[in-house]
Design a protein around this ligand. Structure first.
Ligand code: GLY
Length: 572
């Protein structure tokens, strides 16, 4: 039997169709290397080591989180929380792991107020009562069991080694320890961070044997921190210091998977943290307003003016509406909609500042406490398969509450201060809040952490930064820099300015605005603060999907390290 030409052609077409169904004709491009940016060279190294050992970006995220918990005790830690924005290489959607702390079940709405209803100074910031129930240990276990490829204990090994063997004190460590000296002195177990009660010298080795043991327990899996002997020690230690944690608090704690906030800004898809972080909503809202202008072609003064006015309005809405989605309902769809942005845009006078006091009232401005804006931490990871992580983690104020639970090495957060402890009273970042962010047992406090993905047809940018209330405006300015063509490795170095509705003042880093520009902004009615020292510590990774080029950026203001490493093929 012989086949006709036509039959042969048909057979050939069928064969090609079968092949096309079994494997895509054009596989999606993947990065040709691994890229990591973190606030610490030790964490970046640990992340790359885990990738070299066969782990993926999620295993690297575990290693980085745990190492940062050891070497940056002023920024994040096992006793803290955070948000992980994740996307698996074979998925076209991102997920947010919400590992934010939550209020203890015995918390009460007015727990930080005196009998006259006034906030007790320091109570929501220093000491054990300031601590929410930590989420990081559960996040580590979730990353390992649902996303990683290596055992949790393997990915946590670098951190355990560093806790036991110690790490050298840096300049930044010294600054942070000096800033929180009295809170650290007040907790005997926090003495590990000092030397004879003083800020340790540069290069002094900080060893944390208790924390090394605790990390070992956490490395055993899901519940190591939340049930059993360690949980009992934590609750006993907290209660002995007149705290209010219970075993039920720990046993009930869950990491929650949430859908991130998404928006479009010109040709960019923005994916960022969802509530209980305000980051994504405020970021998308500001970008939507700016999109109404041909931003890159504006004069410098107009660019600054529009940014300030967009910030002012988005931060007002933050104060009014945002909180924990499991406790309140929020008009998120409206806040991130283009229609609402057009309304806001129409209210902005292109030549004149809008006094915040003339916007619909959230509450009155109070005295503003100062923040250094350098606590919290961010890291970005893209592995060669295309798995991505952008994570911002915190224990809130530098060295959190300053309270370490005796025998555990766990330094507790002071994230309770991110609640609106009394509507209208600003937190350590000067942020005010309303009912939406009032304290309720089991509720998560509103955050500004903004781990973000920015994606176009040509590129992918993973970014974020610490910096309290200024986090969101830093990410905004990074995206505007990206839009105007600043190279990815230079974005973290861009100068910064900030407005947050209240206080009604434009804050700006030294060198950001020259004197003539400050005068012109004042003439438009903007209230300008004095120049401030620098803030933030941005860490970013960029992949040019067209050229395949990977680049990384670490903030020149910090002590971080960003590295791209080729994948070594073991079969070579
Ligand atoms: N603790 C800082 C924040 O979550 O925004």
């Amino acid at each position: 039997m012989s086949f006709s030409k036509r039959q042969l052609m048909l057979t050939g077409i069928l064969y090609l169709l079968t092949l096309a169904c079994a494997a895509p004709l054009f596989a999606a491009p993947t990065p040709n290397a691994n890229a990591i940016a973190t606030a610490s060279p030790l964490a970046t190294q640990a992340g790359h080591d885990i990738l070299a050992a066969g782990g993926n970006a999620f295993d690297a995220a575990i290693a980085i989180t745990a190492v940062l918990a050891v070497v940056e005790p002023y920024s994040s830690g096992i006793g803290g929380g955070g948000f992980y924005l994740l996307q698996e290489a074979d998925s076209d959607s991102a997920v947010m792991l919400d590992a934010r702390e939550r209020a203890p079940l015995a918390a009460t709405r007015d727990m930080y107020l005196d009998p006259l209803g006034e906030p007790v100074s320091g109570l929501s910031v220093d000491g054990v009562l300031a601590a929410g129930i930590p989420g990081i240990p559960k996040a580590l276990a979730t990353l390992a069991s649902q996303y990683g490829g290596l055992p949790l204990s393997r990915s946590m090994r670098p951190a355990m080694d560093l806790a036991r063997e110690g790490f050298p004190v840096t300049q930044h460590y010294r600054r942070m320890a000096g800033f929180r000296l009295s809170a650290l002195r007040a907790s005997a177990a926090s003495g590990v961070f000092l030397h004879h009660g003083e800020v340790p010298a540069l290069g002094h080795i900080i060893r944390q044997p208790d924390l090394a043991n605790t990390l070992g327990v956490i490395a055993t899996g899901e519940n190591g921190f939340y049930q059993g002997k360690l949980a009992i020690a934590l609750v006993e230690g907290v209660r002995a210091a007149r705290g209010i944690w219970s075993l039920r608090d720990l046993a009930q704690y869950q990491v929650i998977k949430r859908v991130p906030v998404q928006g479009r800004y010109r040709d960019m898809t923005i994916t960022a943290a969802a509530p209980p972080s305000s980051g994504g909503v405020v970021l998308v809202s500001m970008l939507n307003v700016l999109e109404q202008e041909d931003f890159t072609s504006l004069s410098v003064i107009d660019q600054v003016h529009w940014q300030i006015e967009a910030m002012r309005r988005a931060y007002r809405d933050r104060a009014e509406y945002l909180g924990d989605p499991d406790f309140i309902s929020m008009p998120i769809d409206k806040l991130v909609s283009k229609g609402y942005a057009r309304e806001l845009h129409a209210q902005i006078n292109p030549q004149q500042a809008t006094p915040s006091s003339s916007l619909p009232v959230v509450t009155n401005e109070q005295e503003v406490r100062r923040s250094t804006g350098t606590d919290t931490t961010h890291f970005s990871v893209l592995d060669h398969q295309g798995n991505r992580v952008s994570a911002t983690l915190s224990i809130n104020y530098p060295f959190g509450s300053g309270f370490t639970v005796p025998g555990t090495g766990v330094l507790l957060n002071d994230e309770m201060d991110d609640f609106s402890i009394k509507p209208g009273t600003p937190n350590v970042y000067g942020l005010i809040g309303a009912e939406a962010n009032a304290i309720v047992p089991g509720k998560r406090m509103l955050s500004s952490m903004t781990p973000t993905f920015v994606e176009t047809d040509n590129g992918l940018l993973l970014l974020g930064t610490p910096g309290g209330s200024r986090i969101i405006t830093m990410v905004l300015q990074a995206i505007l820099g990206y839009e105007s063509g600043v190279e990815a490795d230079e974005i973290a170095g861009l100068p910064r300015l900030h407005h947050q509705y209240l206080p009604d003042r434009v804050q700006y880093e030294r060198g950001t605005l020259d004197a003539a520009l400050v005068d012109k902004l004042s003439a438009r009615g903007h209230q300008m603060s004095e120049e401030q020292s620098v803030w933030g510590n941005m860490q970013l990774v960029h992949w040019n999907k067209k050229t395949g080029h990977l680049s990384v950026g670490t903030d020149p203001r910090g002590e971080g390290a960003a590295r791209v490493k080729k994948v070594v093929d073991s079969s070579d």
